[in-house]
Design a protein around this ligand. Structure first.
Ligand code: IPE
Ligand code: IPE
Ligand code: MG
Ligand code: MG
Ligand code: MG
Length: 299
């Protein structure tokens, strides 16, 4: 999907992420062909590549040892993201038939293949991290990265957030509880992407902490916008079925507060994201454009 909202620099970075994914995914003509084809189907099918671009942008705050380890990390976070989407769409989870404008993985293949494709993408991401030392990152940094990835994707992060998303009692939930779910199911991976770029580029601990705060607010803004688009968007523009949240009785900002108050919350969270930019070293114009993209996107 092309979108005039995407600035030129973003298109360039997105291209780098796409090339890295192409390089690091298993080839379609290698065994096991069906699994490899399915992995490529659910990764190389569009996608905004926001998380991969965040890795590359965060690394600009420091002095990375080269392009290769950054591109491998960008590919790894996009594989993790794609795994989370393949599983998120499964009948046992959100039961959605479309993703990125095409049948979701279990519709194109079947449920068993979709489950295993998600597993394989997550596993492949860890394999990439195992290649970082030969791409120029020191062992200490790679160990830190490994711990961060596990922590942000596990029960305290993405997976824990997905469990809460499925089990929360919408009738008694508060805005604070909803925010805590967003922080884990969506914010953790945004935060991780920024942290990995910073760590790979050797930035100071205080700068990693600033990146974490930016990731948190960006994640919140991103998911409120996603929930609004689910109510106001259409299949053609979104590439996924609208009104999916309502159909599965999800707790979202629009369901909890109504559309207007959800929009108001989005405006406030975007403002907080902009404030976070002030504590980053150097020029943050590009991050500012990314914040715009998150809040103004149409898909
Ligand atoms: C969708 O993420 C899942 C959410 C966290 C809301 P994106 O909107 O970034 O999905 P792609 O990668 O562009 O398809
Ligand atoms: C997704 O949230 C969070 C993930 C970790 C995948 P949603 O369930 O709202 O994402 P979409 O709308 O299906 O992309
Ligand atoms: Mg979901
Ligand atoms: Mg979903
Ligand atoms: Mg959604």
């Amino acid at each position: 999907v092309s979108d005039t909202l995407f600035p030129d620099f973003y298109e360039d970075q997105k291209q780098r992420v796409n090339e890295a994914l192409e390089r690091w995914l298993p080839a379609e003509d290698e065994e096991p062909e069906l699994l490899n084809e399915s992995m490529r189907y659910s990764v190389l099918n569009g996608g905004k590549r926001l998380r991969g671009v965040l890795v590359l942008e965060a690394a600009r705050l420091g002095e990375p040892p080269g392009e290769e380890p950054l591109e491998a990390l960008a590919a790894a976070v996009e594989m993790i993201h794609a795994y989370s989407l393949v599983h998120d769409d499964l009948p046992a989870m959100d039961d959605d038939d479309y993703r990125r404008g095409q049948p979701s993985n279990h519709k194109q293949y079947d449920e068993a293949i979709a489950i295993l494709t998600g597993d394989a993408l997550l596993t492949r991401a860890f394999e990439l991290i195992g290649h970082l030392p030969e791409l120029g990152l020191d062992d200490q940094t790679v160990t830190t990265i490994l711990r961060k990835v596990s922590r942000r994707c596990g029960e305290e992060g993405l997976i824990g957030g997905q469990v809460a998303d499925l089990t929360v009692d919408g009738d008694s939930a508060t805005a604070e509880e909803l925010e805590a779910i967003h922080d884990r199911k969506t914010g953790a991976l945004m935060t991780l992407s920024l942290e990995l770029g910073g760590l790979a580029a050797g930035v100071e601990d205080t700068e990693v902490e600033s990146l974490r705060r930016l990731g948190e607010t960006l994640g919140r803004a991103f998911q409120i916008k996603d929930d609004l688009l689910d109510v106001t968007g259409d299949l053609d523009t979104l590439g996924k079925d609208p009104n999916s949240d309502d159909a599965s009785n999800k707790l979202t900002y629009p369901s909890l507060l109504g559309i207007d108050a959800a929009r108001e919350t989005l405006t406030q969270v975007v403002e907080r994201s902009r404030e976070c930019l002030q504590s980053l070293a150097g020029n943050h114009d590009r991050f500012g454009r990314i914040v715009d993209l998150v809040s103004e996107r149409r898909h």
